[in-house]
Design a protein around this ligand. Structure first.
Ligand code: UGA
Length: 438
């Protein structure tokens, strides 16, 4: 099938390559010429495992093109909208300017019978408005909403093997039928594999996405709230999570306490959801999300305070090795990253910060040139008065505490992700401080 993907960021670039990989003929379009020239050369413009491989294999098969010219979308039957919806600079709501700009630019290139498919995360009610605009601009063209649930670091796997597919279809029955047939053809491989499919209206599809992210954020802040209590009473939140996680109704996933959640999705999505609920006169229904956000942001502060505390109450001119900058491992994404925030705050407290990350140093350097960076863990640890682990890259989880102890000035480690074996580190002479652990 001929598809276009408008917006080639973390979502769109992976979607375009994955759709080509499963056999469609895809053109990816973006206004960022550097990003497009990288993708056109089958190079990933950001770090995402497996993306270079599928760009190369789909490119070699000839079914994948990239362009800055939206006119190249003409002739495709299905057009995915995958542009960003970041938090507005002046508030909590989502900034939909890229979505509107993409739809306006696409309309002149649509044909009757084409299907526009929204993938971007949008406030509930957006799709209905866009559908009207599309119908006015190109009578006979249709809109469906098809939220995306991929996780960075597993984006290729999640796109090719999604755990569920959601179609938000038009109210008009005939349009709904055609839209569904087109989407079934797009996702034929995943559907044949038995992937659960939920077919619904626009509003439910839009809400599914924000509800899923709000739930995940709630789980993380719940366990972080338990970490706060555990810290006071001397309980161990990791054992608490294991114990409650054995209850299948609760589940152990997303119950890792630590420095909290970040990234381009969870933080801005819970804020945008709150803002939208308030516009709908239902602010109280999700007012708990403000608490979720507050608990989450307190974690960053807590990590910084713990570092200063172990350093004897002041960080001035103390070398602190910050291990991790990306918001999670296997990503170079630093959007709303707790790790980078901790590094910046420690620098603000006077510490001599050396930040290390396997992939996120270039992005961090552009945003915070005031910090000292390295991609070499030995350089980061050398002569450090304290070490703080804030992104659980495998390279850090696998660190040998005996080897590391020989490099630092003082063997003090703050494990902001509870990912190290505390006993092993203590046995190697380290003072170990976890999150919500005795
Ligand atoms: C999240 C959702 O998990 C995806 O399903 C969704 O498609 C995506 O947002 C999106 O809206 O596009 P992602 O932002 O890649 O995916 O990251 P997550 O794996 O959800 O992690 C988010 C943050 O929570 C990270 O900073 C991570 O370190 C933190 N986290 C996660 C915890 O602090 N504790 C946990 O137990 C789990």
């Amino acid at each position: 099938m001929k598809l276009s993907v408008i917006g080639c960021g973390y979502l769109g670039a992976v979607h375009a390559a994955a759709m080509a990989e499963v056999g469609h003929e895809v053109v990816g379009v973006d206004v960022d010429s550097h990003r497009i020239s990288e993708l056109a050369a089958h190079r990933a413009p950001f770090y995402e495992p497996q993306l270079p491989e599928i760009l190369a294999s789909a490119g070699a098969k000839g079914g994948l093109r990239f362009s800055t010219d939206i006119a190249q979308a003409a002739g495709s039957r299905v057009h995915f909208l995958a542009v960003g919806t970041p938090q507005r600079a002046n508030g909590n709501a989502a900034d939909l300017s890229a979505v509107h700009a993409a739809v306006d630019a696409l309309i002149p290139h649509l044909q009757p019978g084409d299907l526009v498919v929204g993938k971007s995360t949008v406030p509930v009610g957006t799709a209905a408005g866009l559908a009207e605009r599309i119908a006015e601009g190109c009578p006979g063209a249709m809109l469906a909403w098809n939220p995306e649930f991929l996780r960075e670091g597993f984006a290729v796997e999640d796109t090719i093997h999604p755990d569920r597919i959601v179609y938000g279809l038009p109210r008009d029955e005939a349009e709904a039928l055609v839209s569904r047939q087109l989407l079934d053809e797009v996702y034929a491989v995943a559907i044949a594999r038995g992937t659960p499919l939920v077919v619904t209206n626009y509003e439910t599809a839009e809400l599914v996405k924000v509800a899923a992210n709000a739930f995940l954020a709630t789980k993380i802040s719940f366990i972080n709230a338990m970490a706060e209590i555990s810290e006071v009473v001397g309980a161990d939140v990791t054992q608490l999570a294991d114990a409650i996680g054995y209850d299948a109704r609760i589940g152990r996933k997303f119950l890792n306490a630590g420095v909290g959640f970040g990234g381009g999705c969870l933080p801005k999505d819970i804020r945008a959801f709150t803002a939208r609920a308030e516009e709908l006169g239902r602010g109280e229904s999700v007012s708990f999300l403000k608490e979720i956000d507050a608990i989450n942001l307190r974690r960053r502060q807590h990590v910084v305070d713990t570092v200063v505390d172990v350093l004897g109450g002041q960080a001035y001119q103390k070398k602190v090795a910050v291990l991790g900058l990306s918001f999670k491992p296997d990503s170079d994404d630093i959007r709303d990253s707790p790790a980078l925030d901790v590094a910046v705050q420690l620098k603000g407290r006077g510490a001599d910060v050396v930040a290390m990350d396997p992939k996120a140093v270039p992005n961090s350097m552009r945003k915070h040139p005031q910090l000292a960076y390295t991609e070499d863990v030995e350089t980061a640890l050398g002569g450090a008065h304290a070490v703080v682990l804030v992104t659980e890259w495998a390279q850090f989880r696998d660190l040998d505490p005996v080897w590391a102890a020989q490099l630092v000035k003082t063997p003090l480690i703050i494990d902001g992700r509870n990912c190290l074996d505390a006993d092993r580190w203590r046995a190697a002479g380290w003072t170990y401080r976890g999150m919500g652990r005795p």
